[in-house]
Design a protein. Structure first.
Lengths: 298, 272
């Protein structure tokens, strides 16, 4: 039986004449790293806000852990919403202790959480004095307190430098490996591609797609080819009937196949034609390409 | 309740601004309860008018001192506005830092959040009442012409009146903070509202005028019929108060319930 952590039915939120979230249905299984992908203003943060009772929906229902969304359920969730939200005059440690207190926890893992995000040395400095990256890391630390079953991360790498982004990504992957369900909203495709097992694509509050990331990416019909004699290769490609599309990219050809064909079959086909391939690789379709395709269609 | 209060204390005890505002309030209280009468006495001594009545000689007499202090401290447009400002700042901070969201998504219900501010208002009212009690005790013990067990405790009921009035006023300030959300605007409204009420008062029937919020609150403690008013004008026939009236307390408490109700309703309904 599937263990559904979050179930959303027909969620709708309007701001005046704008429908920020439009009849959204979603189910997330335990242990999934679920990416919500969409351009700015597509309703990601609004959706997460509703799930955390910060935003009131106009229609629809949702349940956490199969129960109605009440504060007891929220205590089992660690969350970041848009920007780090802390009391500027309190230290990082005091802020995290407050989180523990609200969640009815003793707070004995506050120090560890601070160490996890490399803020332990600055634990007694006021939040106000933190750099943007440190604020963001403190927000991540606050989600780790009390070993939550679900993490909700809204643009967790916003405003971080590449090293910070990598650090946050490692923390996410580490937490995910412990079986924690993660809900990650992002407009950065790369982030979703590198961390998520499942994803949904939102545009103007509507769900365009949801499913496993592998399903999107393992589209084996794109192949990269290169040969000693590129002119011959091009000639051969024009004659065969299993190629749907040919693009030239630097020293390579990117071809789209009409049907699935193995690398070995391709290799022997060109070999029989007297062309020696110097490069042959299946290309994982980039999420970006898929994303843009979806947006184009909508 | 204890949990919510503990969380609130975590928010305010390390907050410097809070202590600064409390300090300002304390200075004002000391100035108006002790400094100002001393100054007036100093100048009337200097002026050498034949019939000088020294304020210090009777303002602080037990048991009238309780009524005099409670009345002065609860005057509208006066020092109690500082208490209102403290309340507003602590509420609107949650909006400007967006920590209200943080509190909610970490596991407080919206009702919990509102309750925690209500408990804070109760705590401050108790604190403010204790402060009047301490001021009265110190000044009374030093300056009262009669010091007896009986005189000390008589009229202490006015401190209860002060507590109810302060609590209602703080809940009113809390509601303004929740409705307006922005610190500056909310404090502005706290200053402007008494003027609005005065204007409204001109346009409505006389029989309902006393039931406007601030009028109702202020009616709990009116110009004291004590040595203070006798000093002002013994022959004036103004609204003299000799004791608390149950109806005044009831009306104020009804307002307190109304302010709580509106605050809860708004917080439950609105996006945070």
């Amino acid at each position: 039986m599937k263990d559904i952590v979050l179930s959303i039915q027909g969620l709708t939120k309007r701001y005046g004449s704008i429908t920020a979230v439009n009849h959204l249905d979603l189910e997330i299984e335990r242990g999934a790293v679920f990416g919500i992908l969409g351009p700015n203003g597509s309703g990601k943060t609004t959706t997460l806000g509703v799930l955390l009772d910060v935003t009131r929906p106009d229609a629809g229902t949702f349940s956490w852990f199969g129960k109605p969304p009440e504060k007891a359920q929220r205590k089992r969730i660690g969350a970041i919403l848009e920007v780090p939200l802390f009391y500027p005059y309190l230290s990082g440690k005091q802020n995290l202790q407050m989180v523990a207190k609200i969640k009815d926890l003793p707070g004995d893992d506050v120090d560890q959480a601070l160490k996890d995000v490399d803020l332990y040395d600055r634990r007694d400095s006021r939040f106000r004095t933190y750099s943007l990256g440190m604020k963001q890391r403190l927000a991540v630390a606050s989600t780790l307190i009390g070993q939550p079953e679900v993490l909700i991360l809204d643009e967790p790498t916003n405003g971080l430098d590449p090293r910070g982004i990598a650090e946050i990504r490692n923390i996410i992957l580490d937490v995910a490996s412990r079986g924690v369900t993660i809900l990650l909203a992002s407009h950065i495709l790369d982030e979703v591609q590198k961390t998520c097992t499942h994803m949904a694509v939102l545009e103007k509050g509507k769900k365009l797609f949801s499913g496993p990331v592998d399903e999107v990416l393992n589209d084996a019909r794109w192949v990269e080819l290169a040969a000693d004699n590129m002119a011959n290769l091009q000639l051969a490609l024009k004659q065969v009937d299993f190629v749907e599309n040919i693009q030239e990219e630097g020293e390579k050809y990117i071809i789209k196949l009409k049907s699935s064909i193995t690398q070995a079959e391709l290799n022997s086909f060109f070999f029989n034609k007297g062309i020696v391939l110097t490069h042959l690789a299946l290309r994982k379709k980039s999420l970006e390409k898929y994303f843009l395709e979806l947006l184009d269609k909508s | 309740m204890i949990k919510l209060l503990k969380i609130e204390l975590r928010k305010i005890l390390p907050y410097k601004m809070f202590w600064v505002m409390c300090g300002i309030y304390l200075l004002c209280l000391v100035f108006f309860s002790y400094g100002l009468p001393s100054l007036i006495d100093y100048f009337s001594m200097k002026s050498e008018t034949p019939e000088i009545k020294l304020l210090m000689k009777f303002l602080y007499n037990f048991p009238d001192i309780w009524q005099n202090l409670a009345w002065a401290a609860s005057l509208r447009f006066f020092i109690k506005i500082f208490l209102g400002i403290i309340m507003i700042v602590l509420v609107t901070n949650e909006y400007s830092y967006l920590t209200i969201r943080h509190n909610i998504f970490n596991g407080l219900s919206r009702t919990d959040f509102t309750l925690s501010k209500i408990y804070l208002a109760i705590l401050f009212s108790i604190g403010a009442t204790l402060l009047i009690f301490l001021t009265g005790t110190v000044l009374g013990l030093i300056y009262s012409s009669t010091i007896s067990f009986q005189a000390f405790f008589a009229k202490m009921i006015f401190l209860f009146g002060y507590f109810v009035e302060t609590l209602t006023f703080l809940l009113f300030s809390m509601m303004i903070g929740i409705l307006v959300k922005r610190t500056g605007f909310a404090i502005g409204l706290l200053f402007v509202y008494p003027i609005i009420e005065l204007i409204v008062q001109q346009k409505i029937a006389e029989s309902i005028q006393p039931f406007l919020p601030l009028n109702a609150m202020n009616h709990i403690l009116r110009t004291p019929n004590t040595s203070l008013i006798q000093f002002k004008s013994p022959e004036f026939n103004v609204d003299l108060q000799t004791g608390l009236q149950g109806q005044d307390i009831l009306v104020a408490l009804l307002y307190a319930v109304l302010f709580i109700g509106i605050s809860l309703w708004v917080i439950r309904k609105r996006d945070l």
